[in-house]
Design a protein around this ligand. Sequence first.
Ligand code: ADP
Ligand code: MG
Length: 348
Amino acid sequence: MKYRRTISAVCLVAVLQAVLSGCSRKQSAEQMWLTMGTYATVTVPPREMHRIEECLNVATSLTARVENSLSLFMPDSDLSRLNASDGRTVAVNEDTRAILAMSIKYGELTDGCFDSTVTPLVRLWGFNKGNVPPVPPSAEAIHEALQKVGFRQIILSGNKAAFRAPGMEVDSGGIAKGYAVDLCHDELARRGVKNVMINVAGNLRVRGTSKGGRPWRIGVRDPFDRERLLGTLELPHGMAVSTSGNYERFVVIEGRRYAHIIDPRTGIPVEGMAGVTALCTTATEADAMSTALFVLGPAQAPSVLSRLPDCHALLVPDTQPLRILVTPGFRRYFTPVPDHADRLEDLP
Ligand code: ADP
Ligand code: MG
């Protein structure tokens, strides 16, 4: 209930902002709301201004629909019921079914580096609902948690889902925001909104063009300095972007920092990567791939990327001096800030 009041307060602020920005005809309109434990925005250029409220209403209700299906903080959500199912088969709705199917698809495509069943490991290392342990988990504890990890142990048949191994749990945190962005994108496209950008916590997708018919442009943040950019990315119509970094969410155990993305092959948080940005044709793919490429790192990323010709990426290793590794497809749309122009390298 308290949660609902917060959301309404944010919507009210957003509506006021729209009224204010409506006074200046040349400005793009942007609306913000809270969903899935984070912020989201929808933006339209001046010529699409009259549709901003419709965009906000559509996006707010679709993201709430996804959140209600997948939230691990709501005991009645599909995912909470599935995680508590103890081997029993559970009926799931269309969104949950699609998320599980996509999770399996990207698990296969990334050789298991994207694995939405990493939950026992996520908790073991103190993320999400876990408590941060005073010392790193033992090899035995990691081994035990790994027994409950494996996307191939998800059984999905029509609108029914179940787990093959006991103790399994799905965490859709690495893909659900992208999925929600695609839902909003597709519904706004169906309604004939031609120029719009939908953004859920840095998972975003565009349609058409921005102000003055110019391409939508977004900044790619420097993973070593949140206040600075590595460069800007021009987004062609329909394309989506997602960034995964080790700077946003991490735990500190015995003075050492551990990233919130875990290598499902070892059970240990990924080391050696600072940030990854994926540019793909859907936000679901960009979300899953930014997480997966963070696990894969520069040595293994190219072979997986070769299976996805429309997925382009930028990888920043967690080393100094700064290196910005980009695929040829990413380079086409990316302009580094002048300071970093000489830092760009081809991802081999
Ligand atoms: P964010 O949630 O910060 O946007 P990501 O999209 O990269 O970042 O997703 C990270 C989340 O996904 C983690 O918080 C965790 O819940 C889950 N996760 C961690 N490691 C993996 C992995 N290897 N595969 C899939 N999901 C993961
Ligand atoms: Mg992701």
